[in-house]
Design a protein around this ligand. Structure first.
Ligand code: FES
Length: 163
């Protein structure tokens, strides 16, 4: 049996995937509805939440991943707290972006923000995450600022975006 408290660990400030799931009374919402709300409120889905969300919606975890990509909800590595007020910077570390020198993009983002993937800046305004793919593989390296995806980036572009 899934404990709601497990989901409360995922997000901060009293908002969790469980809240998103049941927000409309106790009526169950569809996976797509939940993903859209997660995208709008948090800009990404913590990888640690995929299994729980799959259990809640009674689908396979791969189905959650597939629908998340279709809904442009990046699945990020960190499972820590996310605040709706935090700007989430998601750097793609997929194979295509890696081949396009994506490592330099991540290194630059780390340097500019002064934090590592899975962490937030000291002022809490930014959170750095990595994703397996942002669905723009032909245009890498890519990075998303909340839902806005930026492609064909250079380190100079990253400094301009985040500086
Ligand atoms: S591998 Fe980077 S967008 Fe797909």
């Amino acid at each position: 049996m899934l404990c709601p408290m497990d989901l409360r660990k995922i997000t901060a400030q009293g908002t969790s995937l469980f809240d998103v799931f049941y927000r409309t009374g106790r009526k169950r919402r569809t996976l797509d509805e939940i993903l859209v709300e997660v995208r709008d409120r948090f800009a990404c889905l913590p990888g640690g939440a995929v299994t729980e969300l799959a259990q809640l919606c009674r689908v396979a975890p791969d189905e959650v991943r597939m629908r998340a990509y279709a809904a442009r909800v990046p699945i990020v590595d960190g499972a820590g707290a996310l605040s709706p007020r935090t700007c989430v910077i998601t750097v793609c570390r997929g194979a295509s972006c890696h081949r396009a020198d994506g490592r330099r993009i991540l290194d630059t983002a780390k340097e500019v923000l002064g934090c590592s993937p899975g962490d937030s800046t000291k002022d809490g305004r930014f959170r750095l995450e990595c994703a397996e793919c942002l669905d723009v593989c032909e245009e890498g390296p890519a990075l998303a600022v909340n839902r806005e995806v930026h492609t064909r980036l250079t380190p100079k572009d990253v400094r301009r975006l985040l500086g």
